[in-house]
Design a protein around this ligand. Structure first.
Ligand code: NDP
Length: 453
């Protein structure tokens, strides 16, 4: 690694102690864009990187709420407003016990480049709380959301910052958050995306991230003369992203064979077909059950409990030609990458944010596996969020076909920008570096234009 990257990352580390995910994300971008900085000294002189690693604003607040038995709990809420160079801050809210300032700073940093890659007018942000919606009643979740919004509403708005969902924040939570914002502000505006389609939401928003990740994988395969049809695919997670990735894989004639949650994974060698997927969606999205039940319901499928102490995840040892990590960060390490390669994997598209460790990414890229980084492959969700903002501004709703067509065009555009940037810098099919470069250049140019802010 170059001295510039080493000393830059060391400085960021010393200013942001105990934020390993943030440092990991920064290092990855800085490594990729170093050749660009060498070619364009103006970026260095204007301290573009130094400014990008410092969020424009971080809001951190107390979220007190009362459970059904009357006991008071206190969680910590956050909003990281990373960059408004290209538009209002845009990025999801995550409710999960693992949420920390460092995790949200990593996600907000990634979001800057992801949103830039979409070519839509959106800046980057991320937020959430260390609250676990799992096992809570609807009333408890509503009280939490209302308390969270009681503070957050001061800092967001349709032209300022437009949050969406992420892990633990789905249609139910967005509904409660929106309802309380409306009550506090006396305004019905497009302040959140992922809203119900009857009250300002966009068709296809729920499906967009999973559909987009599969579209990105299909583009990578097509560019190398292959197709996704007929491919056996391993998918992790069983939330919004994973379930819709499975749906799109079926539609394109591929065979998805796994799903997982934090307790373990199921393997269905016969394929998670449309009817089985409908059942899994009901289980995970409506009944909030465990994926283990899939193997009880469908003969031929097996369940494998997670072993937290293991040095690898056996889900990635299932033989497949394509892999879609769609659960959480750092869920696929170097050993897992090796197992995928040995199993004949041709393409990996990240549905989740940074699910592959740096060692895994390096190994996959070096081994010639087509690799779609999260900031490109999972940008379909935020892209349709921006389309939801456009519909809200116009007070119109576009048809399913119209949104779907725009989503596919945006994903194809993102793929092209990654591929062109990689090619222009002599990086072959290294789409991870291509995504960082293309995402960075657009933000950097906007920052040059807007002066030292
Ligand atoms: P959901 O909450 O709907 O689902 C998350 C899934 O991942 C669940 O199956 C959950 O299991 C599993 N999971 C979460 N944490 C862990 C963990 N520590 N170990 C193992 N499994 C875990 O979230 P989404 O599907 O919305 O998000 C998944 C990923 O995609 C995240 O990285 C998110 O940032 C990213 N993403 C999401 C977008 C969206 O539009 N929703 C947009 C772009 C990226 P369990 O049920 O046990 O909790």
């Amino acid at each position: 690694m170059s001295t510039f990257v080493e000393s830059f990352v060391a400085e960021v580390e010393s200013r942001n102690p105990a934020q390993p995910e943030f440092i990991q994300a920064v290092r990855e971008v800085v490594e990729s864009v170093e050749p660009v900085l060498e070619k364009r000294p103006a970026y260095r002189e204007a301290k573009i990187l130094e400014r990008l690693v410092e969020p424009e604003r971080v809001i951190m607040f107390r979220v007190p709420w009362t459970d059904d038995s009357g006991e008071i709990h206190v969680n910590r809420g956050y909003r990281v407003q990373a960059s408004s160079a290209l538009g209002p801050y845009k990025g999801g809210l995550r409710f999960h016990p693992t949420v920390t300032l460092g995790v949200l700073k990593f996600l907000a940093f990634e979001q800057i480049f992801k949103n830039s890659l979409t070519n839509l007018p959106i800046g980057g942000g991320k937020g959430g709380a260390d609250f676990d919606p799992k096992g809570k009643s609807d009333q408890e979740v509503m009280r939490f959301c209302q308390s969270f919004m009681t503070e957050l509403h001061r800092h967001i708005g349709p032209d300022t910052d437009v949050p969406a969902g992420d892990i633990g924040v789905g249609a139910r939570e967005i509904g409660y958050l929106f309802g309380h914002y409306k009550r506090l502000r006396n305004e019905f505006t497009g302040v959140l995306t992922g809203k119900g389609v009857d009250w300002g939401g966009s068709l296809i928003r729920t499906e967009a991230t999973g559909y987009g990740a599969v579209c990105f994988a299909a583009e990578m395969l097509e560019a190398s003369g292959d197709t996704i049809a007929g491919k056996t695919c391993v998918v992790s997670g069983s939330g919004n992203v994973a379930l819709h990735a499975v749906e799109e894989l079926n539609r394109l004639g591929a065979k998805p064979v796994t799903l997982s949650d934090s307790s373990g994974f199921i393997h269905d060698p016969g394929g998670i077909t449309e009817d089985k997927l409908a059942w899994a969606k009901d289980l995970k999205l409506k009944k909030r059950g465990r994926i283990e039940e899939y193997a009880v319901r469908f003969s031929g499928a097996t369940y494998h409990a997670a072993d937290r102490g293991a040095d690898h995840n056996p889900l990635w040892s299932v033989e497949a030609q394509c892999a879609f990590p769609c659960a959480t960060q750092n869920e696929l390490n170097e050993i897992d990458a090796q197992n995928l390669i040995e199993g004949g994997c041709r393409a990996v598209a990240e549905g989740a944010n940074m699910p592959c460790t740096p060692g895994a990414v390096h190994l996959l890229v070096e081994s010639g596996v087509l690799f779609g980084p999260g900031k490109a492959a999972n940008a379909g969700g935020v892209a349709v969020s921006a389309l939801e903002m456009a519909q809200n501004s116009q007070r119109l709703s576009w048809t399913r076909e119209e949104v779907e067509e725009r989503l596919r065009a945006i994903m194809r555009g993102i793929f092209r920008r990654c591929a062109d940037a990689a090619e222009a810098h002599g990086l072959g099919r290294n789409y991870a570096a291509g995504a960082n470069i293309a995402g960075f250049v657009k933000v950097a140019d906007a920052m040059l234009d807007q002066g030292h802010v």
